[in-house]
Design a protein around this ligand. Sequence first.
Ligand code: HEC
Length: 147
Amino acid sequence: MRRRHDKPLGRLLRAAVLSFGFLGCDSGPGDVREWTAADHDPPSPNEGQGGKVAARPVASNETDPGLIELAWQRNCSTCHGRAGRGDGPQGPMVRAPDLTDATWQERVTDAQMAETIRKGKNKMPAFDLPQPVIDGLVKRIRTSRAR
Ligand code: HEC
């Protein structure tokens, strides 16, 4: 036996769930968590990885961290290794220094690092990279500093 008064309620609930699914911007139907402002705020320029990214003009002094990572893996990691410890495939052959070394990091300035990257030094080749990329690579080396 069907109980008649259950039916409209069920339909109403289903309609509510469906419309939520359609109205909630990118959440699939059935995703009924509460809406928060973060769902709609555009991502900040530094949240480049994954998901939807609004195209935004990037100030000339900032460079996408993903791009810096790519530049490192393409140009530097063969000698310096993924993390900069000098353990890339060609590291031992050219005696690439450990760039994470805290003592070295304390002695060297950002400007000196940038200059070595731009002009090269002994077995370290020169890299004709745009200034923001060089700055990004210096920053990456600073972040990799061993504690
Ligand atoms: C062919 C191997 C090789 C590659 C590729 C390479 N390096 Fe080096 N790098 C070296 C060697 C060898 C030294 C040590 C130079 C010296 O002091 O004689 C060095 C030194 C450095 C230093 C320390 C300079 C100083 O002031 O003592 C920095 C910073 C550096 N490299 C950054 C980079 C970055 C960034 C890249 C990629 C854009 C890169 N290197 C690519 C071999 C390499």
